[in-house]
Ligand binder design. Structure first.
Ligand code: C2E
Ligand code: CA
Ligand code: CA
Ligand code: CA
Length: 277
């Protein structure tokens, strides 16, 4: 490092400088991508024990002009760090509400719910509750069909504030799921205090549920716990009929995974109802 001016140090480590450049480049591109409608909202089916569609999870994608389709794992963390998660999250929420309104108009699809991922930073933003309710209203979407997926990282923050915010949305009918359950910081006493409707078993436990006795035990424990707390359970990452039958045998009632469908454009969900079209 070399002194540059009075109180600043400028680093000339080329690797570090390259990483910083790449990051700020990506940030600028993401900002632009949002403005240019390069972000797409895909939907993955959620089904019941009879493989009937009961809803979908909204999952964002970035159709980059040069790099092609980029998954959220590559830009959500950056969006969280830079605050771009606020406009990005709002964009996904608007998309989901518009879709709920469309489904609400037809008897075949009126019961479907949509789950939207909400990052902790977004959830804690002042005005988040009002923004969600306003977005539902603007699109004429039924709040009872919207589920917000929160992660256990939320439990690290002000728990009273979390409970209060959830309560305000629940009063209007909005549901809550605890995502990636089992991977984070959950304390069972906190879990009981949150006004949740659903927990989602993380796919890392489902993946080897047949091969790994520890994973099988964890999955069974989550299912038992959820039942006693009166929470619906969605198993994520279901790829095989073997995994499905294990989960069903132990009382799981909702499923998501490649066995039923990947995240795709909303037309793929409509094809569940009109397979011959
Ligand atoms: P998640 O919420 O746990 O979403 C499930 C992820 O598992 C999705 O990855 C989905 O495509 C993938 N998946 C579903 N079924 C299977 C399966 O059978 N096998 C395997 N191997 N994978 C499966 P995706 O779309 O890449 O999303 C990754 C993460 O990015 C999400 O994990 C979520 O945490 C985050 N994310 C996505 N969209 C949003 C968003 O709009 N807002 C926020 N805050 N986060 C988002
Ligand atoms: Ca999720
Ligand atoms: Ca998950
Ligand atoms: Ca995950």
């Amino acid at each position: 490092a070399k002194a540059a001016g009075r109180n600043t140090l400028r680093f000339f480590d080329p690797d570090m400088q390259a990483a910083v450049n790449a990051r700020s480049h990506l940030e600028a591109e993401l900002r632009q991508g949002l403005a240019r409608a390069e972000l797409l909202v895909y939907y993955q089916p959620v089904v019941d024990r009879h493989a009937r569609l009961i809803g979908a999870e909204a999952l964002v994608r970035w159709r980059h002009p040069r790099r092609g389709m980029i998954g959220p794992g590559e830009f959500i963390p950056l969006a969280e760090q830079t605050g771009l998660i606020f406009p990005l999250g709002q964009y996904v929420l608007q998309h989901a509400c518009a879709q709920l309104q469309r489904w609400g108009r037809h008897p075949d699809t009126a019961a479907l719910s949509i789950s939207v991922n909400v990052s902790a930073r977004q959830f804690r933003q002042p005005g988040f509750v009002a923004q969600v309710l306003q977005t539902l209203k603007n699109h004429g979407a039924d709040p009872r069909k919207l589920k917000l997926e929160l992660t256990e990282s939320l439990l690290l923050g002000d728990i009273e504030d979390t409970i209060a915010r959830m309560g305000q949305l629940k009063n209007e009918g909005v549901g809550f799921a605890l995502d990636d359950f089992g991977t984070g910081y959950s304390s069972l006493s906190y879990l009981k205090r949150l006004p949740l409707d659903q927990v989602k078993i993380d796919q890392s436990f489902v993946r080897e549920v047949l091969a790994n006795p520890n994973d099988a035990a964890i999955v069974r424990t989550i299912l038992t716990l959820a039942k006693s707390l009166d929470l619906q359970v969605v198993a994520e990452g279901v790829e095989t009929t073997g995994q499905l039958s294990f989960l069903r045998r132990h009382g799981c009632e909702a499923f998501q995974g490649y066995l039923f469908g990947r995240a795709g454009p909303v037309e793929d969900i409509d094809a569940f109802f009109y397979p011959t079209c």
